[in-house]
Write a protein that binds this ligand. Sequence first.
Ligand code: BDR
Ligand code: CA
Length: 310
Amino acid sequence: PRKIIIDTDPGQDDAVALLLALASPELEVLGITCVAGNVPLALTTRNARVVCELAGKTEVKIFAGCDRPMQRALVTAEYVHGKTGLDGIALPDPTMALQDAHAVDFIIETLRDLPEGSVTLCPLGPLTNIATAFTRAPDIVPKVAEIVLMGGAYFEVGNTTPAAEFNIYVDPQAAEIVFKSGAPLVVMPLDVTHKALTTRARIEAFRALGTRVGNAVASWTDFFERFDMAKYGSQGAPLHDPCVIAYLLNPNLFEGRHINVEIETRSELTMGMTVADWWRVTDRPANALFMGSLDADGFYTLLTERIARL
Ligand code: BDR
Ligand code: CA
């Protein structure tokens, strides 16, 4: 199986991404590293454990990471995810322990111990942990097989400011470090995730599984939808983060372009914008496979089939 580290700020859509990974034998989850984002670190570390316990995977190692962005003050998104970050269904408080090590140390040590190109990083939140690890230990960058992340936007522009997507907006300095790192990058921007819509039929398919996990996924996507429908007027809400894990399982669900992507870190007006050279109008070298389209039915078929296994 492919070795992955999931870096996350759960978040209902992060939670579904974690479940998809934990249900998939093609992936070996070396660890889950938590970061402050949708909600503060104390809640993201709680929520990651709630999700692993729900999946019956209490052996998974979970680490607490950075509690704030590299330079800016933390911006959270309770208005999207609710007070706990996982509103929608009440689940028991977790009893599994957090690991003692800091997430950044875990990332550095794990990568140092393995040969080049052996670990895929899957960031689902602000890039603070990954950028801090790359800054402290640049020698680990060649150990990364690929970084497949949810963040940014091009045609769909911003969901947090008119110009910026949440994960990049929260820590643009970290995003800049990651996008300039030279590690192979696959980006799932809003252009893709806004096509992964939770329609009624898709939510009911989770509920119809008749399992505890299926019911939780239905309740979370249902909660998520209430907010996003009002915002976008679309049928169903975008299920962002599971796109990252789905790509590892079936990259053919996605299409994109190898292009140059730079991060805006100076102008307050456009802070955190992913300036993506989609039409290749500059000669700046490509640093990312920036996705643009998705086979949404294929994505939901895969997701539902995997959730059924838990
Ligand atoms: C991203 O922001 C968070 O609210 C979601 O979990 C997702 O990672 C979407 O912009
Ligand atoms: Ca997230």
